[in-house]
Design a protein around this ligand. Structure first.
Ligand code: FES
Length: 109
């Protein structure tokens, strides 16, 4: 496992830089770092949509497309879905994602 750097921008514009280990999910890295704005109530089993994040087009191109189940859950987010919406529990960290920048929604509930 390697460690990569991740940048998370809160809805108020403040940014937090954290690290995450490859093989873990973005959600797990954010929760471990105490990032506000990612509730992750279901613990990553794709049943709560409280780990919603937004990625820009450059980041989206570095990620696998969302699965059908992720797509379905993205219709249930508290903050409306946008083109770059993803569930962070479904983003597996890899060396290719080093420096990934995501925005957090205003609300997860
Ligand atoms: S943590 Fe529940 S869907 Fe991601």
């Amino acid at each position: 496992m390697a460690t990569i750097t991740l940048h998370l921008q809160a809805a108020d514009g403040s940014e937090k830089t954290i690290t995450g280990r490859t093989g873990k999910s973005l959600m797990q890295a954010a929760v471990a770092a105490g990032v506000d704005g990612i509730a992750a109530d279901c613990g990553g089993c794709l049943s709560c949509a409280t780990c919603h994040v937004f990625v820009d087009a450059e980041a989206a191109a570095r990620l696998p497309a969302p699965s059908a189940d992720e797509n379905a859950m993205l219709e249930m987010t508290a903050t409306p879905r946008e083109a770059g919406s993803r569930l962070s529990c479904q983003i597996e960290l890899s060396a290719a994602l080093d420096g990934l920048r995501v925005r957090l929604p205003a609300a997860q509930y």
